[in-house]
Design a protein around this ligand. Structure first.
Ligand SMILES: CC(=O)N[C@H]1[C@@H](OP(=O)(O)OP(=O)(O)OC[C@H]2O[C@@H](n3ccc(=O)[nH]c3=O)[C@H](O)[C@@H]2O)O[C@H](CO)[C@@H](O)[C@@H]1O
Length: 372
């Protein structure tokens, strides 16, 4: 029987890992229609909902993260959950061994990468952030390539690691969005894929102050799953007479980006890259305790081009945020200039660059088609 070439994408947990994984799968299928793509994820991750909804084939592992966990939980993960997951993965490969595994980060990535290395399957890692995480820095030397979402990450990875700056791969529908000014102006709020408490509290407060000064604008606010925060933010916008949509999660991010003039956001890697490709002017509030301060490094990639401003969470009061929003949202010329600057920093050819890296390790014939 003819055996189709197979790509396995391992990782997930939050949107910052799942969304680029989906974008990569779509791109790979488009370039190589015969390629079989499967995923390895965690039962607790966002992928457990999103991938089956899309009809994707996914092996979901019973795994917990170790970030912020106590030592007992860490030991349990490292000595029990990780080896068990590796065995589960290797068993699943008895029938359908992949030709290449891409580790996109998150809980399930480590198990997938470990299983692939043990089975001598080529591994490519994908680091989305401008400051690479410990796992990629450590495992990188055992893998064929490490694809970098931001060029700045390169200087933080050891010399024994083969890195390729590809940029972050953004879903095609978001690539097609184009920034345009609206009247009245529209403010977007995005606390990453899980919401951000500080934005849920401070942005409605700042908006209330602006409304009291007679400013007219609308708000779309993605707040995460915290029901109490959603209710409180809605009440604040209503009291100020602001037309606002507050939602826990948005499944239509292209419309979200199309519908805004300025975004206040956390600076997760994909938020920053999506803002760049859609030309979205931004006020970023980096997560202060992100590992190695990676959210600040991500934000600086756009701030350096002039398309974004970075606001410190420690100094983020309603007044300070209101002043920053005021300075941008009601100045069409400034917004347009910021939009041009974000676009100039956009990873426009990340898709091709990532596929070119994968092509080095997939079984392809001379015409670049996958071969059985
Ligand atoms: C708290 C935390 O650990 N955050 C990390 C996590 O962020 P997080 O998961 O928030 O990731 P990003 O900001 O990088 O990306 C969020 C992704 O989810 C999508 N999205 C978001 C909200 C929504 O309602 N709908 C939706 O589809 C966005 O379009 C984007 O594709 O992974 C990132 C990438 O490694 C890191 O930079 C962040 O530091």
């Amino acid at each position: 029987m003819k055996r189709m070439p197979r790509l396995c994408i391992a990782g997930g947990g939050t949107g910052g890992h799942v969304m680029p994984a989906l974008a990569l799968a779509d791109a790979a299928r488009e370039r190589w229609p015969e390629l079989e793509v499967s995923f390895i994820g965690a039962e607790r991750g966002l992928e457990a909902r999103l991938l089956p909804e899309r009809g994707e084939s996914v092996l979901l592992l019973k795994m917990h993260g170790i970030k912020g966990a106590g030592w007992l939980q860490r030991l349990r993960v490292l000595l029990w959950e990780l080896p068990r997951s590796v065995m589960t993965i290797r068993r699943s490969w008895q029938e359908s061994r992949p030709d290449l595994l891409v580790g996109v980060g998150g809980y399930a990535s480590i198990s997938g990468v470990a299983a692939a290395l043990l089975a001598r399957i080529p591994v490519v890692l994908y680091e989305q952030n401008a400051m690479p995480g410990l796992v990629n820095r450590t495992l990188g030397r055992f893998c064929k390539r490490v694809m970098l979402g931001f060029a700045a990450a390169g200087s933080h990875i050891g010399s024994g690691v083969h890195t390729v700056v590809t940029g972050n791969i953004v879903r095609q529908a978001i690539m097609r969005t184009q920034w345009q000014a609206h009247q009245p102006p529209r403010l977007l709020v995005l606390g990453g894929s899980q919401g951000a408490r500080v934005l849920n509290q401070t942005v409605p407060e700042a908006c209330m102050m602006l409304a009291r000064e007679g400013r007219v604008f609308t708000v779309t606010h993605i707040a995460g799953k915290d029901e109490a925060a959603i209710t409180a933010a809605k009440a604040c916008y209503d009291e100020a007479g602001i037309t606002a949509d507050v939602l826990p999660f948005c499944d239509d991010m292209p419309s979200f980006y199309r519908g805004g003039d300025l975004m206040v956001a956390r600076s997760g890697a994909m938020t920053v890259s999506e803002a760049a490709v859609s030309g979205m002017p931004c006020l970023f509030v980096p997560l202060p305790h992100a590992a190695d301060d990676h959210q600040r490094h991500n934000a600086l990639a756009l701030a350096g081009s002039g398309g974004a401003m970075v606001l410190e969470q420690t100094q983020l009061t309603g007044e300070a945020l209101a002043a920053a929003i005021e300075a941008c949202l009601f100045d069409p010329a400034r917004l347009a200039a910021m939009s041009r600057s974000t676009l100039a920093a956009a990873p426009v050819d990340a898709r091709d660059r990532q596929l070119d890296v994968l092509a080095e390790f997939l079984p392809l014939n001379d015409s670049g088609e996958v071969c059985a």
